[in-house]
Ligand binder design. Structure first.
Ligand code: C2E
Ligand code: CA
Ligand code: CA
Ligand code: CA
Length: 275
């Protein structure tokens, strides 16, 4: 940028200024979002690759702001994490997800994303159990999705919280597997109940043989340690066929179903059945 002269530099810094302003605005508005009922959850089906049966749904947070419009979670979650707003938002998500899932068919589970900041609280497991009691959802129907950054924090405390949750019947899922640090050693240290292969591998597996080999190897690994493996972001029939052939036990993606607000209404219009 330096060699491009002063005008360009000024242009960039004005842009950065705008970015910062936008961030501050989002941060401030986010604090009010719950009270103003601007947040809602969408649910995306998780299917078994062999039968195609829907076995659960992942809860995905949505924020519609009257002026900013639909703000994507990739924009506001990192800001919420920096401002600690993620604590109250995360609690709202958990409660709302459990509340919704109680009325789903028997055995149908709900997966909730939990950020590292929530996990860093020593009483996180107690909070989860409180919400389960309050909503009446069986712990066995709740899956907590964590990414590897969660485990980068205080390892002893992370493990203690994971074990507390597991002991209470809640399942723990490692999300975006393969993108973080020391994925393999994490598998040894923590006993996950499911591995989700990051969608970047699925997106490229048709043309990139390395990506394909990685998907197949993770599926093998899961089989060997007796942990189900889910392929994220499956968009095409060809990808669906590949991940099934490679031994992924579960799948998720637009090919099976997009995130929806009401699973009953969605099943009605698409004619699919939950089993
Ligand atoms: P994630 O946990 O990896 O969630 C999956 C993301 O992939 C979702 O994006 C989903 O809509 C998208 N997706 C699903 N199938 C496909 C597909 O076939 N193709 C493509 N291209 N994308 C697909 P979304 O809803 O925008 O969420 C983005 C991320 O925001 C999530 O990634 C998660 O990290 C975070 N997030 C969402 N909701 C929450 C929440 O309640 N709490 C926390 N802490 N994070 C959340
Ligand atoms: Ca997730
Ligand atoms: Ca993921
Ligand atoms: Ca992701």
């Amino acid at each position: 940028a330096k060699s491009e002269g002063r005008g360009t530099v000024a242009h960039y810094s004005a842009e950065m200024d705008q970015d910062l302003q936008q961030r501050r605005r989002i941060e401030a508005e986010l604090r009010l979002a719950i009270r103003r009922k601007q947040l809602r959850l969408n649910f995306q089906p998780l299917v078994k690759t062999e039968s195609g049966a829907v076995v659960g749904y992942e809860a995905l947070l949505r924020w519609r702001h009257p002026e900013l419009g639909e703000v994507p979670p990739s924009t506001f979650i990192p800001i919420a994490e920096e401002s600690n707003a993620i604590l109250s938002i995360g609690e709202w998500v958990l409660r709302q997800a459990c509340r919704t899932a109680v009325s789903w068919p028997d055995g149908c589970s709900v997966a909730v994303n939990v950020s590292a900041i929530q996990f860093a609280r020593a009483n996180f497991a107690d909070k989860v159990f409180d919400i389960l009691r309050e909503t009446g959802l069986e712990p066995e129907r709740l899956e907590i999705e964590v990414t590897e950054t969660v485990l980068l924090q205080d390892e002893a405390q992370s493990r203690a919280i994971l074990n507390q949750l597991k002991a209470g019947g809640v399942r723990i899922v490692i999300d975006d597997f393969g993108t973080g640090y020391s994925s393999l050693s994490n598998l040894r240290t923590f006993q996950f109940d499911k591995i989700k292969i990051d969608r970047s591998f699925i997106a490229t597996m048709e043309t990139d043989r390395h990506a394909r080999a990685i998907v197949r190897s993770v599926a093998d690994l899961g089989r060997n340690i007796n942990v189900p493996v889910l392929a994220e972001g499956v968009e095409t029939a060809a990808q669906g066929e590949m991940i099934r052939a490679d031994g992924c036990t579960h799948a998720q993606g637009y090919y099976y179903g997009r995130p929806v607000e009401d699973i009953a209404a969605a099943a009605h219009t698409s004619g699919s059945v939950i089993s």
